[in-house]
Write a protein that binds this ligand. Structure first.
Ligand code: ADP
Ligand code: 5GP
Length: 191
């Protein structure tokens, strides 16, 4: 029997509710799924902790990790701000037979799916509208006005990636979106 865990990819424009949904899916506990902690050179915000939400690296350390081939994929998601999926995270989690969930940007999501093929399931989370996305980013209260405008400006472009994902889930009512994601992932990990 193949005990290697599967890879679940979740992508969406920032503020759509990815982290909230991923948190709920992991807390549910029944999918045997662990979070892949990405590396980034951006500063922690709010309550974020190193080694929990991200591995927060300096820019030279991030560049060194690229040179060493430590990343399965990495992207400059915003100018000067890099995020990467560590090979060691995927290996650590999946070789023990657990499933791994990646919260990564749309380009990274498409790349990881292409790399892992049928071992990966890619989900795209869509906001009900761009106006609602703005309300969520403002309501979250973790980003400056400029950061919010930057994220919204990027959202329209990111939304064009939806058809490249296995499943699209609209996060209008949170409970329904979590349930939909849970159902699709359950089917995939049991297959
Ligand atoms: P992302 O990880 O995609 O950037 P978050 O999970 O941080 O987004 O969610 C952004 C904000 O929107 C948070 O304040 C969160 O509580 C809120 N939120 C998430 N899902 C919903 C929803 N279905 N309806 C209303 N607010 C939501
Ligand atoms: P944030 O700054 O809001 O935590 O994340 C910004 C964006 O970077 C989000 O879309 C998030 O999914 C993405 N991201 C986080 N980790 C990775 C990663 O390892 N690779 C890629 N490509 N994107 C990532």
């Amino acid at each position: 029997m193949d005990k290697t865990g599967k890879i679940i990819i979740i992508s969406a424009p920032s503020g759509t509710g990815k982290s909230t949904i991923v948190g709920r899916l992991i807390d549910g506990g029944d999918l045997d799924m662990q979070f892949s902690i990405s590396a980034t050179n951006r500063a922690p915000r709010g309550e974020e902790k190193d080694g929990v939400h991200y591995y927060f690296l300096s820019t030279p350390r991030f560049q060194q990790a690229i040179t060493e081939g430590a990343f399965v994929e990495y992207e400059e998601v915003y100018p000067g701000r890099y995020y990467g999926t560590l090979r060691s995270e995927i290996d650590r989690i999946t070789r023990e037979g657990h499933n791994v969930i990646l919260d990564i940007d749309v380009k990274g999501g498409v790349n990881v799916k292409r790399l892992f093929g049928t071992r990966a399931l890619s989900l795209f989370i869509e906001p009900p509208s761009v106006d609602e996305l703005r309300r969520r980013l403002e309501g979250r209260g973790t980003d400056s006005r400029e950061a919010i405008e930057e994220r919204l400006a990027k959202a329209e472009y990111e939304l064009t990636f939806a058809p490249q994902f296995d499943t699209v889930i609209v996060n209008d009512q949170l409970e329904q979106a979590v349930e939909h994601a849970h159902e699709v992932i359950r089917k995939f990990v049991d297959s």
